[in-house]
Design a protein around this ligand. Structure first.
Ligand SMILES: O=C(O)CCC(=O)C(=O)O
Ligand SMILES: [Fe+2]
Length: 188
């Protein structure tokens, strides 16, 4: 229910382009801080990031959905129905911004996050999972994917900045499936 690739799914240049667009747009409209209920992230949704949206639309079909199909296919009724329900760039900033995200469960079926900057740019960080009692750390361009229902959070950073691209993926036409998936891991 939890996977980490050993290879980058985005190149360094692709990651840098996403961070640059996010910071460029944020200088005009500010990072949002209240989009996700009780567990808000400092983020910018894809609808505000046209270049990233265009890039991701193709990357989902060519790289991300096929990977999720292999990883989670056996648990899903129809893996061809994987759809991105929400996608956003999150910024953690030890110098004043959001530093961590408390443990929570996402409302989708599968969640992923892609590291957009180098792990050398910050101390701490990574995605913390209750089932591991540890944080999973990845390098730039790599991806962590997991059942959305697993209890997880953004491990705090103590220095620097950490940027990630988060995706919440659902199964089109299977509106109750996230609950069924949730029941398989509710104690993890
Ligand atoms: O910071 C992370 O690695 C996790 C982010 C997350 O869980 C979320 O945005 O829902
Ligand atoms: Fe999450």
């Amino acid at each position: 229910m939890l996977h980490k690739t050993k290879f980058p799914i985005f190149t360094k240049e692709e990651c840098e382009r996403i961070v640059n667009e996010a910071e460029d747009i944020a200088s005009k409209i500010e990072w949002t801080k209240n989009r996700h209920g009780n567990f808000p992230t400092t983020d910018l949704p894809l609808v505000e990031l046209p270049e990233t949206m265009r890039f991701l639309r193709l990357a989902l079909v060519e790289r991300i959905y096929p990977m999720l199909k292999v990883q989670f296919g056996e648990y899903l009724p129809d893996p061809s129905k994987l759809r991105l329900a929400d996608g956003f760039v999150v910024k953690y900033d030890a110098a004043g911004g959001q530093k961590e995200l408390k443990p929570h469960r996402d409302g989708s079926v599968v969640s992923f996050n892609i590291a957009l900057n180098s792990a050398d740019d910050f101390e701490g960080g990574g995605t913390w999972f209750a089932s591991l009692d540890d944080a999973v750390k990845i390098n730039q361009g790599e991806i962590v994917s997991h059942s959305s229902a697993l209890l997880h959070g953004g491990h705090g950073i103590t220095t620097g900045k950490r940027y990630i691209l988060v995706g919440f993926v659902i199964l089109e036409g299977y509106d109750s499936w996230s609950m069924r998936f949730y029941n398989q891991v509710r104690n993890l």
